[in-house]
Design a protein. Structure first.
Length: 420
């Protein structure tokens, strides 16, 4: 049986002693190298805070303030017709239908005039008789004067008047005048059996029919004047300085729009009057706007949309022309009194201005902005004065990107048309 030799050889003992020494020396060498060559920190570029913006070049010119209001359409005149005499309706015009228009000279309703024609003949006979009686009395007076002169007597004025039949003559003249008045009344009553509108109007409602018996308390029909409608609107007090009431020449011109009309259509009018008092609740002033020929009945307005009573419309009232002002979209006026400007050194300036006029979409500024300056129109989350700015023309990357987007859209449109 053999036995294993467990004693280490000389080589193994040497390796066991030398290996730790080698590891220690290697660590010392690496540490020395790291100390002599420390890692260098990277030098990153500072962040670019320059904002890319769009600008609007300032130009001063003549502009008119536009006061935009909303209001309801009312009739200039709306009347209910009543007969002035009694009678049975014998004829009704076929145009007497709600929504139809009738002329001022057009007879729309006839009443039975038989009784009135007879009364007219009777009154004419009375006039003839009274005229004959007057002639007879004048003859009697002439005879009385001759007889009085033949007597040669001189009577008192009162007695002379009686002798010359002056009271009888006055009575005959009064009877004739009364008969003539009765004749005129009979003639007027006969004329009133034909009903005519007091103006060119549109029928709103008809309350009677053929064969109806009417009297002076019977409402025949209701109609509105079609020569002009009016728009009642409320205007803030500070905007009144731009409005002038008057006629079609002196009143402020107005353009009227309706959401139911095409975008390019409007009706023209003018400011008729401005109320001298303010509304108690809103502190607004009432303005009355005239709209001529609202139903577009005239030939020159046939292609225009019609305006209806009770329509709710928007009106743009044009103020007087103002020279040497800047017209700025209202969205570019911040906090009601500041604008953002790009200075010559391409930094932001926040400038306070006093708008001369502030409308729904536009503000007019007379002072505080000089022609040739550039207004920043882009949104800035933190508009700090001195913020560096850059316009799109100074950024070729943006221009190239925009060109690519445009080309892509054009290609998409071509593809879409090809599919269609």
């Amino acid at each position: 049986m053999k036995t294993m030799n467990t004693l280490p050889t000389p080589t193994a003992r040497w390796l066991k002693l030398a290996l730790p020494v080698v590891v220690i020396l290697a660590g010392i060498t690496v540490s020395a190298l790291l100390i002599k060559s420390p890692p260098r920190a990277g030098t990153a570029a500072p962040p670019d805070n320059t904002r890319l913006v769009d600008t609007l070049w300032v130009e001063k010119a003549e502009h008119r303030p536009i006061v935009e209001v909303m209001g309801q359409v009312v009739a200039k005149r709306q009347v209910t017709l009543y007969p002035q005499v009694s009678g049975e309706i014998t004829q009704v015009s076929p145009e007497l239908v709600p929504g139809f228009t009738v002329s001022v000279n057009e007879t729309v309703i006839h009443l039975d005039n038989s009784d009135y024609r007879i009364a007219l003949q009777r009154m004419a006979s009375n006039v003839a008789k009274a005229n004959a009686d007057l002639l007879l009395e004048q003859g009697q007076q002439a005879i009385a004067r001759q007889e009085y002169e033949l007597t040669g007597r001189k009577l008192s004025p009162a007695d002379e008047s009686l002798v010359l039949r002056q009271p009888q003559l006055q009575a005959a003249e009064a009877t004739l005048a009364l008969a003539e008045a009765d004749l005129a009344q009979a003639n007027l009553s006969l004329e009133r059996t034909t009903i005519k509108p007091p103006f060119d109007g549109q029928v709103v409602s008809l309350n009677v029919e053929l064969g109806s018996f009417v009297n002076t308390a019977t409402a025949l029909l209701e109609m509105v004047d079609v020569s002009e409608f009016r728009l009642e609107a409320s205007v803030p007090v500070e905007q009144l300085q731009w409005l002038t009431g008057g006629d079609s020449v002196s009143g402020s011109p107005v353009k009227v729009y309706s959401p139911s009309w095409p975008d390019n259509q409007f009706r023209e009018g003018y400011v008729l009057s401005v109320s001298p008092s303010l509304e108690a609740g809103t502190r607004m002033a009432r303005v009355l706007i005239a709209i001529p020929d609202p139903l577009a009945l005239k030939p020159e307005n046939h292609q225009q949309p019609a305006v209806r009573v009770n329509d709710y419309l928007r009106a743009d009232i044009q103020g007087p022309t103002i020279a040497n002002v800047v017209a700025l979209p209202r969205e570019h006026l911040h906090n009601g009194n500041t604008v953002w400007l790009m200075r010559n050194d391409n930094t932001l300036e926040v400038r306070t201005v006093a708008p001369l006029f502030t409308g729904q979409d536009t503000v007019l500024i007379a002072n505080g902005i000089t022609a040739g300056e550039h207004i920043v129109t882009s949104a800035l989350p933190a508009p700090v004065p001195g913020l560096p700015l850059r316009t799109r023309e100074e950024s070729p990357e943006i221009n190239n990107s925009s060109y690519a987007v445009t080309n892509n859209l054009s290609c998409s449109n071509d593809a879409r048309r090809a599919v269609m």
